[in-house]
Design a protein around this ligand. Structure first.
Ligand SMILES: [Zn+2]
Length: 255
């Protein structure tokens, strides 16, 4: 009875589960935040009541059997990283990459249209949560995260990656300078479509392939935040009224 309830509110990575890790992506369903943040909002910066956020977080922890709240940091669309240890807390320092090599140290990032990328080295046991918006993608943030993992004993062939919902190519119109910045980071050609649109998932997938992550170790969960308003928040669609999803990676499996 429990599993369908969980799956209607959060998306779960089967790839991570198979390898003894957990990666989940919240939808906007199942929380108590009122309109326009209805209902499973996780942003402290949009004007929602802190009580609602705390309640939503406790709900998500219960659904995913988390032993502690996840670590979070101040996201600034840069490529700074932060290593985390111990019970989760909010770090009021800039970091768009969180890493850990410890059990019971869940890591989380908040997104509306940006791409949440969860990483894990299945042998070394290091996990990472990456906030890849268009700026992060242009700065190859997922490569920065993998480089940090490789510098700490990971190997590219052992790394698994899961991409959660984001604004997809159907809706992500960009101008030519931004498209150029994005597509020059990988071996993909500029798309021949008008209006010009970018595919954050495909670009990040190719950035990972470039550094040796295996294609069969990259799981892309489909879902466009912009054109599914009943399921997702979207900053481009709702501007300052947009809530935020929470995506979490941890070294345990979802029961
Ligand atoms: Zn769309």
């Amino acid at each position: 009875m429990k599993k369908p309830l969980i799956q209607s509110r959060i998306l779960q990575s089967e790839l991570f589960n198979k390898h003894g890790f957990m990666a989940i992506f919240s939808t906007r369903r199942g929380g108590i935040s009122p309109k326009p943040f209805n209902s499973l909002n996780f942003s402290t910066e949009v004007g929602d009541d802190p009580y609602n956020l705390q309640y939503n977080l406790l709900q998500l922890m219960r659904w995913s059997s988390l032993p502690t709240q996840p670590h979070q940091a101040k996201q600034v669309h840069d490529t700074h990283s932060l290593w985390c240890e111990g019970p989760g807390e909010y770090h009021n320092i800039p970091a768009d990459i969180l890493l850990s090599q410890h059990e019971d140290t869940p890591l989380a990032i908040r997104t509306a249209d940006c791409l949440p990328i969860m990483l894990a080295d299945v042998q070394r046991g290091i996990i990472a949560a990456v906030h890849a918006g268009w700026k992060g993608t242009a700065n190859q943030i997922v490569k920065v995260a993998v480089d940090e993992m490789l510098a700490n004993g990971c190997t590219a062939e052992n790394i698994i990656a899961s991409f959660g919902p984001c604004i997809e190519a159907c809706c992500f119109e960009v101008n030519l300078p931004i498209a150029n910045q994005l597509y020059k980071t990988c071996d993909l050609p500029l798309p021949l479509i008008q209006p010009l649109r970018a595919d954050l998932k495909e670009i990040n997938q190719h950035q990972l392939l470039d550094i040796g992550v295996l294609n069969e170790h990259i799981e892309i969960i489909s879902g466009c935040t912009h054109c599914q308003p009943e399921l997702y928040f979207s900053h481009r669609r709702d501007q300052f009224d947009a809530g935020r999803h929470l995506s979490i990676v941890a070294k345990h499996t979802l029961i």
